[in-house]
Design a binder for this molecule. Structure first.
Ligand SMILES: Cc1ncc(COP(=O)(O)O)c(C=O)c1O
Length: 400
């Protein structure tokens, strides 16, 4: 088969004329820190995800880091307390638990959705468990009904890591509206792309207040943005001036700029088009790859759970005599980019921290050894998808 002359990536650069104009507008007004674009982006993002507050930050990891830190501070968690975390996820979900002095306790994942398996959560709960990190992987919400039930029964908080999932509903309710705090990423190759960026969302005013402070060096909430000392009466101005350089907790510098928010606003305006194209592309790939379903487990989602298809995950089935590595290499050699399906426990750093524990999580182990994803982003053409499918077909023709 004839090899395509460029790489078909798992993500794409997709910056519209309007987005360029918005960024230019930011530069012309010379307002780079928190301003009208960030404010609007936060308001619209919060509304779209059923939350009262959205805080725009410089990454999804920063969002998760301050989400856990705020819960630890407000709820009085102690060092060494435990947070349940899926055994398959991007390292950041679990890293932030460790970096906050807490202990991630892993839970195996569902073999069809690859999200945390609610049937396996309760067996991991101890006296020290404080929260569940529910991760919405590859564009698909975790099974939130049983997770909410377990959290309520055991008085656990929920952090929803929705870095890979936006603008979709789980049984009629927006993904990202279930967590006490929910976090999102707008990093390259995600659904909305602002270069770097992320959100912490919540409907709890206390959590929002502490997270804003944590993202701003631990500052007193009276002065977080450069407009906070404007248009005040004498008494108000006195209050701000006397407290605006007060730092009341240890914090971080996690703010994003108006330029990222400008890109984000532009992308929000065409989110339906972006998601619509992704869903259509995923449906096309599913249909075309279906004849290979005896070898490959293709994406699946239950009826009332929408999928935003950040990626198109595939796992080589057991006992079919195909090695993932051979298939992945064939795709890569033919310019179809792939990524591992977010192995966590097999990472060198996790082996160093926790030892060889992968065997305790058989589904995660199967996914780690046999799973990978390809792109289904909005800029893929039919010709490119036909080519991707042809590469798969060609591989299987030669091997089986
Ligand atoms: C599940 C998950 N959590 C967290 C993150 C971290 O987001 P960021 O790269 O914006 O820090 C990612 C990013 O890829 C992710 O996929």
């Amino acid at each position: 088969m004839r090899k395509i002359g460029y790489q078909i990536g798992v993500g794409c650069a997709d910056i519209s004329k309007k987005e360029k104009e918005y960024v230019k507008d930011v530069l012309e007004h010379e307002r780079l820190s928190y301003g009208p674009y960030t404010k609007k982006f936060e308001e619209e993002f919060a509304r779209a995800h059923g939350c009262r507050y959205a805080i725009f930050l410089n990454s999804g990891t920063s969002a998760l880091r301050i989400a856990v830190a705020a819960l630890k501070e407000i709820e009085g968690w102690k060092d060494g307390d435990e947070v349940l975390c899926p055994a398959v996820t991007f390292v950041a979900s679990s890293n932030v638990i460790i970096m906050n002095g807490l202990k991630p306790v892993f839970v195996d994942v569902d073999p069809r959705t690859y999200n945390i398996d609610p049937r396996k959560i309760e067996e991991e709960i101890t006296k020290k468990t404080r929260a569940i990190m529910a991760v919405n992987l590859f564009g698909q919400p975790a099974d939130m009904d049983p997770i909410l039930k377990i959290a309520k029964k055991h008085k656990l908080k929920i952090i929803e890591d929705s870095c890979e999932t936006m603008f979709v509903k789980y049984k009629g309710r927006p993904a990202g509206s279930f967590g006490d705090i929910s976090c999102f990423s707008t990093y390259v190759a995600h659904l909305l792309v602002t270069g770097v960026g992320g959100f912490s969302c919540t409907s709890n005013p206390k959590y929002a207040e502490v997270m804003k402070s944590l993202a701003n060096h631990g500052r007193d909430g009276i002065y977080l943005h450069i407009d906070d000392d404007k248009n005040l009466n004498k008494q108000g101005l006195f209050q701000v001036v006397s407290r605006r350089f007060h730092f009341i907790r240890l914090g971080y510098s996690f703010r994003a700029t108006e330029m990222e928010a400008a890109l984000g606003i532009g992308q929000m305006e065409r989110k339906d088009q972006i998601l619509g194209a992704r869903k259509k592309n995923a449906a096309y790939l599913l249909k075309k790859l279906k004849p290979l379903a005896q070898y490959l487990q293709l994406p699946w989602h239950p009826g009332r759970v929408e999928h935003s298809f950040m990626m198109f995950p595939i796992v080589v089935k057991r006992g079919v005599g195909i090695k993932k590595q051979d298939l992945v290499m064939y795709l890569e050699e033919h310019n179809v980019e792939t990524r591992d399906m977010l192995p966590l426990l097999s990472q060198p750093v996790y082996k160093k921290l926790f030892g060889d524990i992968e065997n305790q999580y058989p589904v995660a182990k199967w996914v780690n050894g046999n799973g990978f994803y390809i792109g289904c982003h909005q800029k893929l053409t039919k010709k490119e998808m036909d080519y991707m499918v042809a590469v798969f077909e060609d591989f299987f023709k030669k091997r089986v």
